[in-house]
Design a protein around this ligand. Structure first.
Ligand code: R5P
Length: 292
């Protein structure tokens, strides 16, 4: 039996976690006056543990907490440590784009492995430069796109699914198969952290409803520019699905001002549109691990 333990970033998932993992415990944490972390497990640690975490909001703090947790659980006798990290921070820097850059994705995963993590489940992590591989760490990166199906099943066949860049084409394809719709992508060029250029759409969207699907919405720039382009070429109603709704600064306002019909994200990060519960997927994967 796995012992489920919740860290600070997954507290918003507690109700759902308890439905699937009734014996869940919560780690105790606080910050000292100088902002250093205090972490404690005020209960007996079993052989097999499953950490729940999400690294949104303050990724540095969440990462340190996760590393402290893994080290401590090992010290306290855990022999097998798995983690469901619903939003894994630092994955977007997946390679060295400019000389001298820290490849934060690989550093993060290596730190988790070195701390003693054996299995990692995450969702739509930005592994576009190739699936990272570290001996001793099993990584399962689950693609959520098909699971958005129920939110859009009432759309008629005059609808299409579009990825707002070529990385999101696969997500668009996976969801479109479920819905029996056409799919395509937008050619996007990123010009800066908050600046993108949308060049063209690979399929005709004139007169059609469009579901835009992406792995995450951060500043909202990608979605906003995608909506503008799609509308300029005749798209009708716009629907949005994204695995991670980070929604930094005023991105919700920027998106809703454009009159979208629906926004749905998973509950990897708390936000007003977090309607897709990840717990069934987490439970499914943890059951598979238990059978191994
Ligand atoms: C990019 O590679 C990702 O798939 C997202 O499109 C991007 O991170 C979204 O960021 P933002 O909302 O800031 O445009």
């Amino acid at each position: 039996m796995v012992q489920p333990i919740v860290l600070s970033g997954a507290l918003h998932l507690m109700n759902s976690i308890q439905k699937y993992f009734p014996n869940t415990k919560v780690a105790e944490y606080r910050y000292f006056p100088d902002n250093e972390l205090y972490l404690r497990f005020p209960f007996k640690i079993e052989d097999h543990v499953l950490i729940f975490q999400s690294m949104y909001g303050e990724p540095d703090k969440r990462l340190i907490e996760t590393l402290f947790a893994i080290h401590t659980l090992k010290d306290l006798g855990a022999k097998d440590i798995s983690a469901a990290i619903t939003y894994l921070a630092y994955t977007r820097q997946d390679r060295r784009y400019k000389e001298g850059e820290a490849v934060s994705q690989l550093i993060t995963l290596k730190m988790l492995r070195d701390a003693g993590l054996h299995r990692l489940l995450t969702f739509d992590a930005h592994f576009h430069a190739g699936m990272p591989s570290f001996e001793g760490l099993e990584i399962r990166n689950m693609k959520l796109a098909p699971r958005f199906k129920d939110f859009f099943k009432d759309l008629n066949d005059l609808s299409v699914v579009i990825g707002p860049d070529d990385d999101a084409l696969e997500l668009a394809k996976l969801l479109s198969i479920e819905l029996g719709l056409e799919h395509g992508f937008i050619e996007k060029k990123r010009l800066g952290d908050k600046d993108v250029e949308m060049r063209s759409c690979s399929i005709d969207v004139a007169g059609k409803n469009v579901i835009i699907i992406d792995d995450m919405i951060s500043t909202g720039t990608t979605i906003v520019e995608a909506i503008k382009l799609l509308k300029s070429i005749g798209a009708k109603d716009i629907y949005i699905a994204a695995t991670h709704g980070l929604f930094v600064s005023n991105s919700i306002e920027k998106i809703t001002l454009l009159g979208v019909k629906k926004i749905v994200t998973s509950n990897s990060i708390p936000n007003p549109y977090a309607f897709l519960d990840l717990l069934p997927s987490i439970h499914e994967q943890v059951s598979k691990w238990s059978e191994q």
